[in-house]
Ligand binder design. Sequence first.
Ligand code: KG4
Ligand code: ZN
Length: 337
Amino acid sequence: PSDVYILGIESSCDDTSAAVLNIRKPLSNVIATQKIHEEYGGVVPELASRAHQKNIVPVVHQALEKAGIQASDLSAIAYTKGPGLMGSLLVGASFAKSLAMALNIPLLEVNHMQAHILAHFIEDEAQKRPPFPFLGITISGGHTQIVKVNAAFDMEVIGETLDDAVGEAFDKCGKMMQLDYPAGPIIDRLAAKGNPKAFTFSKPKVKDLNFSFSGLKTAVLYFLQREKQKNPNFVSENIEDICASLQYTIVDILMTKIKKAIQQTGITHVAIGGGVSANSAIRNALLEAEKQGTLIAYIPKFEYCTDNAAMIAIVGYYKYIEQDFKNTKLAQARFKI
Ligand code: KG4
Ligand code: ZN
């Protein structure tokens, strides 16, 4: 039926988001970003939960208002069950459960990682949908995975980070250079004016399709310490070149594994997701590989790359049409009052 309206709620990290989808079409996708963490140089879990508490009601209100519907028009509510920060998740979960109970509609549990991948299925003119099977690459501040996606709910993690996530590598290296948090987008901007070959950082030797970024972080730390001993102004004088070289190394690590995954699986459709997919160098590297015929790249709109509720709602929609809420676990959540 065309009158299916799914409310999505995302609160796994430091963004409070609510979205309404009509079938696969987003009617609203409201995101309240928490600025409070900037001064701490990273997400402070307790502060994040408190901010979610404050944001959740107005954000959901706005999402409904922008969509032009009433809560009573909703067909189901989808929320992020995990993975994420416990206190943050709890705020979204309690809110979603209470609202579903009050409206007497199905409650759908969504895996955040699955949502980053299925974000490609949100209906948007600027966005093409990958065909199955495809490789889903989730790169963000909390995760770095290569996923073989056979169907919407048939996914297999074939590679992942053994330590830090790629976004964390950007953010932590940025912190060493006194850049604000999150440093990823700042490094991206500074790198545009720098020479990617100015400095070389050794790449980790990691088996199979897995990643490791903690070694790179240490390499950057020692490099900066060494250079600062020679010249105390080294960082400020070379910031653009350092950022360009660091970004070049990170993108090289990612692309090497993506190409290896293509070789191993024979799958050439590559869909990226997560905050780091906003990075211009990774986007260019994928488009370059596409030009060379190595792969076909699917790059979502920025709004759907970073944490957002539209991606939670799209997973909810697929679960809804599969009537996943009738599964034992979700049936219990379908309250009858
Ligand atoms: O998906 P996301 O919003 O949140 C999660 O971590 O789940 O991703 C945030 C991460 C941060 O580490 C941020 O530095 C990184 O994405 N990021 C970028 C860029 N934009 C955001 N990293 C590199 N280049 C960018 N343009
Ligand atoms: Zn995420």
